[in-house]
Design a binder for this molecule. Sequence first.
Ligand code: HEC
Ligand code: HEC
Ligand code: HEC
Length: 169
Amino acid sequence: MTNVKKEIDTAGTVHPAAEMGCSGCHPPHRSDLARLFTRSFPAGPYAFGAEGAYELCAECHDLDSLLGDDSSATGFRDDRINLHRVHVAREKSRSCALCHSAHGAGEHLLRPTTPFGEWDLPVGWSAIEGGGACVSGCHERREYLRDVPLEPPGDLPASGGDQEPASGS
Ligand code: HEC
Ligand code: HEC
Ligand code: HEC
């Protein structure tokens, strides 16, 4: 289990929600913090259907915009394609926690690696001019440019990348 105090103390970016304490998201006086939340949030890397799965975050973040059709609502976009929507608003929904730490991490709270079963998979995000790049355990290196369409247009995983991350075994 992650040492959350250390995660926060060493983070470049601390989540303001975590600066306010722990009980906003975890019920107080419970030992199993990892699994218990004050509102819905999936325990593993996926939720099955995004609808209602991330109420914990919806308390402060506008998920309708973040996951909507309008890509201008997020910096995680490739021109008109909302990449939050691509990853999250789907039947096999990638949890926010797959990419972000809710406690503290790097820029945009993006974590360098993510626990996946027994493995730590790289998330591998870095800023590039006008966008970002990921060298993740889930797919080959991909880049997005917020205001420049992909060349060739639509060069996206048609379904947002349904491959399983390599298990390492
Ligand atoms: C904004 C909501 C939020 C706040 C505030 C928050 N957490 Fe969490 N916490 C999460 C989420 C989401 C997860 C599960 C995903 C993950 O592992 O990052 C989690 C997981 C954990 C885990 C399990 C980690 C693991 O690797 O299994 C611990 C322990 C924990 N939190 C402790 C804390 C402590 C201590 C605080 C206060 C300093 C805190 N949390 C504040 C949302 C929050
Ligand atoms: C109690 C309110 C609160 C809750 C609950 C909350 N957040 Fe936040 N979050 C904030 C605030 C305030 C900021 C800083 C302002 C901003 O960037 O929106 C922030 C910032 C962030 C950022 C960084 C934005 C950036 O570009 O630096 C991410 C990512 C994020 N939150 C994810 C989450 C996730 C995932 C959850 C659910 C597990 C969550 N938040 C729950 C209040 C909250
Ligand atoms: C596949 C990885 C991934 C997942 C899953 C993901 N995010 Fe993000 N998120 C990012 C990246 C990358 C950025 C940085 C975008 C940029 O500015 O280049 C980001 C940025 C953000 C921001 C800053 C504002 C913005 O949209 O640019 C917030 C808030 C946020 N995410 C919240 C969430 C919440 C809440 C969830 C779950 C419902 C979530 N994210 C799921 C990768 C992800």
